[in-house]
Design a binder for this molecule. Structure first.
Ligand code: DLZ
Length: 163
């Protein structure tokens, strides 16, 4: 089932193909669990809505966003999936920790995807405060987990067309 996304700004003119042919992994960070749980629900339900088989969605939790790339790497070493979605939420604090984690996870997710030649999707909120995060995890700015899932389907489809 193809869906035209009207409400997700990044995909307003994009038709998302059916997810039914593909296997996915969703790696979710436990830190800020209320937010990342909402991102996970958004991503999971979007894959299902697009026709993914629940048995073809592998879900894994890692402690924090910093561990997303190694979690994704473990999945890709041991499981055959067409895309891995990495979900996390890093909220700015009073120390430079935020910058280190954001930079590490962005590079890590990019590198793990390139290493395995499998789309690795960056679904990590990096916000100044909790309100901004909530607004993007099912609030007035939508659910970035859904957008990450849409990206995963698009990339899995793109890859299959090149094979
Ligand atoms: C340590 C830490 C801090 C301060 N903040 C966050 C955060 O906002 N979001 C997040 O996902 N993780 C945070 N972490 C944990 C790190 O991601 C990581 O789990 C630890 O540094 C251990 O490697």
């Amino acid at each position: 089932m193809a869906t035209h996304l009207k409400n997700l700004s990044d995909f307003s003119h994009t038709t998302i193909p059916s997810a039914s042919p593909y296997h996915f992994a969703i790696v979710t960070a436990h830190w800020n669990a209320e937010i990342t749980g909402a991102l996970y629900e958004g991503a999971y339900q979007f894959l299902i809505k697009q026709g993914a088989d629940p048995d073809h969605i592998l879900s894994l939790t890692v402690p924090g966003s910093f561990e997303l790339s190694s979690g994704a790497d473990m999945v890709l070493q041991h499981k055959k999936v067409d895309a891995v979605i990495c979900l996390g939420c890093v909220i700015k604090g009073d120390t430079p920790h935020f910058d280190y984690i954001c930079s590490a996870v962005a590079h890590g997710v990019t590198n793990v995807g390139i290493k395995h030649s499998i789309p690795a999707i960056f679904g990590v909120l990096t916000t100044d405060n909790e309100l901004q995060a909530k607004e993007r995890a099912g609030g007035r700015h939508g659910n970035k987990g859904e957008e990450a899932a849409a990206t995963a389907i698009l990339m899995a489809s793109l890859k299959s067309q090149l094979q």
